[in-house]
Design a protein around this ligand. Structure first.
Ligand SMILES: NC(=O)c1ccc[n+]([C@@H]2O[C@H](COP(=O)([O-])OP(=O)(O)OC[C@H]3O[C@@H](n4cnc5c(N)ncnc54)[C@H](O)[C@@H]3O)[C@@H](O)[C@H]2O)c1
Length: 349
């Protein structure tokens, strides 16, 4: 199969991880890296002496590339990705796809009009532990899903032009959409700006999914402990995905509570608590980013729709938008209504 010639735009913190993977994958040829900063390009050349580097990403359009990866700050995702699509390149764009839904819709339309692959870097959809977690949910092993809880906390890293919601919540929103395979029916959020007056550094997002399944996301740049955790509580079992664990990322708890039959006396109010074994499934972990990069290459080569396609990116952006609206307007419940542009249903994976 023909290799996909790839260029990377943005070689800051995350770009080097993308470059390493595309350089390693046999079905890709890493041709060029663009960054405004000469020191970043010099670092890139120290790892990949053969590739071309430039401070002007427009030069990538004359390098006979097939695809580009956009890994610049989020405020530049839209203009950079738009120009790349206009120049006939397939695009993998980092999360969050854009800063508002109009921009995301425009990129989708542009990619569709030109038959180009547009994929968003929702890395956790390519994480073996998250994929295994979805399989456990879908198998019915947890029973009816009561609720989901996500926590993504740490001290920093503060960003001047973003807030904690746009920085961290796209990961959890994409995970929840993937796990449940449905859009939420309502979104609300509250939070606080502790360190800078105008930048939310702590946020709590409430999502209500169909069948009255609530989900809660807590994101924070102001927490003493680094936490990366998703908890799914079902009527039969509970499962925790702890991404801070190296090996035992998933734990299935055979725990639950059965309510007593109807009672009218305090003394008879005895719940039946179940506390059984804890199962640690053997999940073979491979680097999620590598899986993501390979999926992008496969989608380009096979002309297939990526799992985290533009619509998936748009969904996440719309949910973050609704949450931010609620956060800023202190609205207790921002009803989240879809007005999709013929948006395909969420893919059942
Ligand atoms: N998927 C993930 O898990 C994950 C993790 C971290 C970051 N990200 C995303 O990756 C993107 C980059 O984040 P980062 O932490 O690497 O940011 P960063 O600020 O460290 O790096 C961005 C780089 O882009 C360069 N740049 C800015 N404007 C440019 C332009 N016009 N042309 C070329 N280069 C330009 C900057 O010089 C910088 O080196 C963000 O969208 C972020 O949300 C994703």
């Amino acid at each position: 199969m023909k290799t996909v010639k790839v260029g990377i735009i943005g070689y800051g913190y995350w770009g080097p991880n993308l470059a390493r993977n595309f350089f390693d994958l046999p079905s890709a040829e890493l041709v060029a890296i663009a960054d405004l900063r000469e020191d970043r390009l010099s670092r890139a050349r120290s790892f990949f002496p053969e590739i071309r580097t430039t401070t002007d990403y427009n030069e990538l359009f004359d390098m006979d590339l097939d695809a580009v990866v956009v890994s610049v700050p989020p405020g530049l995702h839209y203009p950079v990705a738009k120009k790349c699509l206009q120049n006939g390149l397939h695009v993998l764009i980092e999360k969050p796809m854009t800063q508002n839904s109009e921009q995301a819709e425009e990129l989708i339309q542009l990619a569709e009009a030109r038959n180009l692959t547009l994929m968003v870097g929702h890395t956790f959809m390519y994480n073996s532990a998250v994929i295994a977690l979805k399989k456990f949910i879908d198998s019915g092993e947890l029973g009816d899903i009561y609720y989901l809880d996500a926590a993504r906390l740490n001290l920093g890293l503060f960003q001047r032009e973003s807030n904690v919601l746009w920085d961290l919540a796209p990961h959890d929103v994409s995970i929840l959409l993937y796990l449940l395979g449905q859009d939420p029916v309502s979104v609300s959020a509250y939070g606080t700006s502790c360190v800078f007056d105008t930048i939310f550094d702590v946020a709590y997002v409430n999502l209500m999914f169909p069948n009255q399944i609530p989900a809660h996301i807590h994101v924070s740049w102001l927490d003493p402990c680094k936490v990366r955790r998703i908890t799914v509580v079902g009527s039969k079992k509970m499962i925790v995905f702890n991404d801070m664990e190296n090996e035992q990322k998933l734990k299935i708890y055979d725990k639950g509570v059965d309510a007593p039959e109807y009672t009218d006396g305090y003394g008879e109010f005895h719940c039946n608590y179940r506390s059984g074994d804890i199962l640690i499934p053997n999940v073979r972990m491979t680097e999620p980013l590598r899986q993501e990069c390979q999926h992008f290459l496969d989608s380009v080569s096979n002309k297939t729709r990526p799992d985290s396609d533009g619509y998936n990116g748009l969904r996440v952006v719309r949910i973050i938008e609704a949450a931010e609206y609620s956060l800023k307007n202190s609205s207790s419940k921002e009803t989240f209504a879809w007005e999709p542009l013929n948006m395909p249903a969420l893919r059942q994976m």
